[in-house]
Write a new protein. Structure first.
Ligand SMILES: NC(=O)c1ccc[n+]([C@@H]2O[C@H](COP(=O)([O-])OP(=O)(O)OC[C@H]3O[C@@H](n4cnc5c(N)ncnc54)[C@H](O)[C@@H]3O)[C@@H](O)[C@H]2O)c1
Ligand SMILES: [Zn+2]
Length: 361
């Protein structure tokens, strides 16, 4: 891949999904102002930590609602607060919503946008690396319940997504690494040459080198879109299923919810999940020990988490059973066959999973 290929503005249009993704630097305020010019009323839902000047002097029809973000905002209470603020500020059928923030804000605002007044047009401006490479793509939104993550939500594609990497400068390193975890996930499930490219260039990307970063974001988006286009609503039960994107997440979701989202951020939890699920792949004879070692080496080199004590604990199994993707006592996994190819695996019952996890370190 050539690292200087990125153009000034890249638009990925998708007719089937009725959405388009724009990749462009230093473009947020122009993008927001254009939407304000073309719509009667615009609600900007903004993550409090995102410091951007929207330059909205002339746009009297633009209302900003700031929210303190994080996993705790993706709750019934967070949803209630946000929708009530929208209604109190006279949102109507001609209003549109722009969500500017990380994955938690995008998931919450996307859910609000698809339910308030039975659904309004919305635009997404993801401001974390994780949301730029993953959560802003594919139209899933939602909130968590006490019984598990993302159990309430809809499929609803944003009209447009703007990916602007200039907003990442204020993002803590820990959050950059969290986004990198989803990038490496995309490579591991679908693209061996992308994995090799990441092996060479990960440090440039983690240091926010613009052209490397934009290329990794672009590659990630294309891999995610491949699955979303084939299986938007996650109906398929085969290797093209959208569920393949859940590699690392069966375990990862259980780990993060066990710690009440306090000990690990999403990327850290799914890093532990990916290594655990790669070890399960290896235990089942699906992934070779050589390739497993190669994956672990990469994770260690770039400071991604690989293990936590909860992995061998019975409590984790109880969490896994609550996952909406698991039925009865069978736990579904997206497993790795080789680096760059994955398979859907639904044959493991909870006792077998527990037995395997007991043996992993
Ligand atoms: N809908 C989907 O398809 C999908 C896919 C993957 C993940 N997700 C969800 O995404 C969420 C994780 O998203 P996230 O990692 O972006 O977390 P997040 O939204 O909590 O953001 C992480 C932290 O960074 C802050 N932040 C955001 N932008 C910033 C910026 N530019 N500068 C400084 N700080 C900034 C936030 O306030 C927060 O404290 C999880 O809830 C996960 O379930 C959804
Ligand atoms: Zn994820």
């Amino acid at each position: 891949m050539n690292s200087n290929y990125m153009q000034k503005k890249l638009i990925i249009k998708n007719k089937k999904l009725k959405t388009s993704i724009i990749i462009k630097k230093n473009y947020i305020s122009k993008f927001v102002n254009n939407i304000a010019k073309n719509n009667e009323k615009v609600f900007c839902i903004l993550d409090k930590k995102v410091k951007i000047d929207l330059n909205i002097g002339k746009q009297k029809n633009l209302k900003i609602i700031s929210i303190k973000c994080g996993e705790k905002v993706k709750t019934f209470d967070g949803y209630k607060d946000l929708t009530q603020r929208l209604i109190k500020n006279n949102i109507n059928r001609k209003s549109v919503i722009i969500a500017i923030g990380g994955g938690t804000l995008g998931d919450l605002a996307g859910f609000a946008a698809s339910t308030v007044l039975r659904g309004l047009d919305f635009f997404l401006i993801p401001t974390t690396l994780l949301s730029q490479v993953d959560s802003s793509i594919g139209g899933k939104n939602g909130i968590n319940t006490n019984y598990g993550k993302n159990l309430i939500g809809t499929f609803n594609q944003p009209k447009q997504v703007l990916i602007d990497i200039s907003v990442l400068n204020s993002l803590p390193k820990k959050e950059i690494r969290s986004g990198y975890a989803e990038i490496i996930k995309h490579a591991l499930i679908k693209d061996y040459s992308f994995f090799c490219w990441l092996e060479k260039n990960a440090s440039k990307l983690l240091n926010l080198n613009k052209s490397f970063l934009e290329k990794a974001i672009y590659k990630s988006i294309m891999i995610k879109l491949f699955y979303v286009k084939k299986d938007e609503k996650e109906f398929l039960i085969n290797n093209n299923s959208r569920a393949m994107l859940n590699f690392g997440h069966t375990i990862g979701h259980a780990v993060e919810s066990h710690y009440d989202y306090k000990k690990f951020n999403h990327g850290e939890a799914i890093s532990i999940g990916m290594i655990t699920e790669a070890k399960i792949s290896n235990y089942l004879g699906i992934l070779s020990s050589n390739e497993l070692e190669k994956i672990i080496k990469h994770f260690k080199k770039y400071g991604l988490k690989i293990y936590d004590n909860i992995i061998n604990d019975k409590k984790l199994i109880d969490r896994l059973i609550k996952d909406k993707k698991n039925f009865q006592n069978n736990i579904n996994f997206s497993l790795i066959k080789n680096i760059g190819s994955s398979i859907f695996y639904s044959k493991l019952d909870k006792n077998k999973v527990y037995k395997i996890l007991q043996k992993l370190k």
